[in-house]
Each structure stands twice: as structure tokens, then as C-alpha cells.
Design a protein around this ligand. Sequence first.
Ligand SMILES: NC(=O)c1ccc[n+]([C@@H]2O[C@H](COP(=O)([O-])OP(=O)(O)OC[C@H]3O[C@@H](n4cnc5c(N)ncnc54)[C@H](O)[C@@H]3O)[C@@H](O)[C@H]2O)c1
Length: 321
Amino acid sequence: MQNVLVTGGAGFIGSHLVPHLLALGHQVTVLDDLSNGREENIPSEAEFIKMDICNEKITGVMQKKKFDSIIHLAGQTAVSESLKDPIMDEKLNIEGMINILRSACQTGVARIIFSSTAAAYGNNENLPLRESALATPLSFYGLSKVTAEKYIRLYHDYFGIDYIIFRFANVYGERQGDGGEGGVISIFAKQIANDQDIAVFGDGGQTRDFIYAGDISSGLGQALVTDNTNDTYNLSTYTQTSLKQLITLFGNIAHKNFSIKYTKARSGDIYHSMLDNTKAIEKLDWHMHTSLSEGLNKTFAYFKKVKAEAHQCGDISGDIK
Ligand SMILES: NC(=O)c1ccc[n+]([C@@H]2O[C@H](COP(=O)([O-])OP(=O)(O)OC[C@H]3O[C@@H](n4cnc5c(N)ncnc54)[C@H](O)[C@@H]3O)[C@@H](O)[C@H]2O)c1
């Protein structure tokens, strides 16, 4: 059993991770400023501290709580926001990271686990992408994540803190918002639940490596106990799914007809993406448990329930925003 701090634990991935860590028997504290998370996502068995990761008082919190490990999820998560406001993106994803690292090293935290991204690779067509591929991000978000990775490696070299860096593929599941990464599944699920047309940017042939948030959580759980630290791992399914395939799968799940509206491709979107997950499977003894159709079923059921609840609460359309 470990005493674990999860930053950003009130967000989408945190809402899957924190219950998983509690079920494994860990003691969990969530630190989140609720800028994009929700307090109801945090189970009552976890302690909650409402705080910004850039707040210097974090050192005092860590001093008092004596954490064994930190899983750092908090930060700016949207490529589009990073392009609109690079300074805000840099503050949260780099300065916030440094504040966590500095406090962790000052207070004897043994291990930090970081949520980096496939966006670190940029538009590299040599699929599947292995961790050794050059990191050439195309957005400020990707750049701030790659820079944070570099800070972690140097903090390890200078101050000895152990680390695991994960580059997540496109994560999806219940409670996902549509602002950050990987939002296309939650966007489609909401549009279908709301009986709207599905809006596709581009021709729908673009592919992504979609991984269920529960499988991300099990990888993060393995990272707490592995001896294979101080390395970078992809967490992905090693599978490409096109948006057209996704829509077909949704059709089978939702049992309804919907029309698809194709619009102009967004500039800067990469066409294909797939990450090699061999290293995480071999070195972290990590296994995926959720097939895409199973994960989509769970995700759609969640958004259908949210729609039904909104309807009951008097929202006449019941539309999920
Ligand atoms: N969802 C994906 O597909 C995906 C893919 C790759 C990497 N990631 C990374 O995984 C992490 C979690 O992503 P998510 O999808 O759960 O995002 P999310 O936005 O749902 O969760 C992030 C959480 O961090 C909190 N937060 C933001 N700024 C904060 C601050 N300054 N201080 C304290 N808390 C703050 C938010 O309130 C939110 O609860 C992020 O770092 C993201 O970049 C996500």
C-alpha cells in the first residue's frame, strides 16, 4: 500500500484512476483546482485538496502528507487552447510541473508518474510509433509536455527522484469532456444521444489509437509498483481505428440511424496515429482489458444516462452540453 498524490484527480482520467487506486488498497489524496474537474468525481474515501499546482503552498502539503508517489495528471489539456494562449499552457504544463517536482524532491517523494501524450511525436508517418521516435511536437501543448518530460529526466539526474513518463494515445470513456485530447468519441456519443447529426472534420478516413480510460488507469497503477522506472512508455492499443469505423461501431451500439455531416479538415490535424505498446506490456506487465466495442458501449451508456437525467431535471431538450 502506498500513500499517493493524484494531481488533476477530479478530471476525466482521474475519475477512473482514483477508484482503481483505492481498490488496489492505496491511500489517495487528490489535488485539483476544479478548473476542468468536478468534485463529484472524487470518491469519499480519497482526501481532496483544492489547490492550483502552481501554488507554492504545495511544498507544505507534501511535507505534511509524506507521499510515496505522485501521479501528475493536472494541467492544460487542449491543443487548441495552447495555440490560443501559449503562456497559459506553458504556466500550467511547465511551471506547474516544476513546482510539483521541486516540492516532491524537497519532501522525499520517491517516484513521479507523468501523463504525457502522443502529441509529443508530431506528424511522424513511420507507424507504429515507438518511444525512441524523435519527439517533434506540432503544437505548444505537445511542446510543453515534451519540455515537462525533459525537466523530469533532469530532476532524476540531479536529485534522484524516480520517474515513469507515459505517452497516452487518445483516451476515451465515461465522464470525458470534449475540450481536451481524444474528445472525438465523447463528442460523437453526445451527438448520437442528442439525436443530432455527427459532424466529421475531413473525410473520416483519419485514424486514431483509441484507448479506454480504465486501461490507462491500470497502467498508472502498475507504474507505482514496477522496478522498471526511469523510462518512457507508450500507453496505447497498437490499433488504428478510422472515424468511419468508429461511426459504424456506434451505429451497432446505439441502434439508431443518424446522418453524418462532413466538413473541412482542421488544419494541423494529423491523418494517422498509432503507438507501439510492446514496451509497456513487456516491462510493466500491463494488459489491456477493454475492447473498443466494449469501451464504446460503456461510454454511450453513460452519455445516454446523462441525457435522461438532464431531461428529468426539467431541461426540455435534455441535450447534453
Ligand atoms: N484525455 C486524453 O486523451 C489524454 C491524452 C494524452 C494525455 N493526456 C493527459 O492526461 C492528463 C489528464 O487528462 P484528462 O483528459 O483527464 O483531462 P481533464 O481536463 O479532464 O483533467 C485535468 C484535471 O486537472 C485539473 N487542473 C487543471 N489545471 C489545474 C491547476 N492549475 N491546478 C490544479 N488542477 C488543475 C482540472 O481541474 C482537471 O480536473 C492531462 O495531463 C492530459 O494532458 C490526456
